[in-house]
Design a protein around this ligand. Structure first.
Ligand SMILES: [Zn+2]
Length: 206
């Protein structure tokens, strides 16, 4: 039996856990708390309070919900392990992605065999942060700010790409869409919405 990687990002709203359970019955899901903890998922259903899941189980869909935050997908070339992360500005400042890379490293997976993919998210074209925010965090070398007309903009995807690059990952894919200026996406910043995209990754054996 051959293993196959499943990945997705819904265009419809999945803020409701009941809807996730109905449409994606193989899902494992979290209560997301903007931290950097990542939990091993060994079963379908609610796993705990954290912002990342990883597994080596097959037919188990790891999920996070996002609107402007990055969903970050990780997997190794042999699809032995998969991971999904929720990384908004807090998770990006705290480097949840680095925590994820450490887990893969502990599993003996070489960074050359590791793949990182970043979903549509809040980007430098739109994601304005305050001067105070910029002053507080500008020394964090992985954070990517752009200054335009005395305003400061943070790019969540580029910041995470820097974390991946600094740790030897070369297979990095970034979806180029900004969720704030593309109306096809839910955006907390633009609409203060409770609607969320569901991002998922799984290993299917067929
Ligand atoms: Zn934009």
């Amino acid at each position: 039996m051959k293993k196959k990687l499943i990945k997705g990002f819904t265009d419809r709203n999945f803020s409701s856990i009941d809807k996730i359970k109905t449409k994606f019955p193989e899902s494992a899901y979290l209560k997301q708390i903007h931290g950097k903890e990542i939990i091993y998922a060994d079963r379908i259903g609610y796993i705990g309070e954290a912002d990342g899941l990883y597994t080596d189980k097959v037919n188990l869909l790891l999920t996070v919900r996002v609107a402007d935050c990055n969903a970050i997908y990780l997997w190794d070339d042999n699809i032995n392990y998969i991971m999904i992360l929720h990384s908004g500005w807090k998770g990006t400042v705290k480097k949840i992605l680095l925590e994820g890379l450490k887990i893969f490293s502990k599993k003996g997976i070489d960074e050359k065999n590791l793949n990182v993919e970043i979903s549509p998210s809040a980007r430098k074209c739109c994601y304005e942060v305050s001067r105070d925010f910029y002053t507080k965090y500008k020394k964090r070398s992985h954070l990517f700010f752009e200054k335009r007309k005395n305003k400061f903009y943070l790019d969540l995807a580029v910041s995470n790409r820097k974390i991946a690059e600094e740790n030897g990952i070369s297979s990095i894919k970034i979806h180029d869409k900004c969720t704030i200026c593309n109306e096809n996406y839910f955006s907390y910043r633009r609409d203060n919405t409770s609607k969320r995209h569901l991002a998922y990754i799984g290993i299917r054996k067929e």
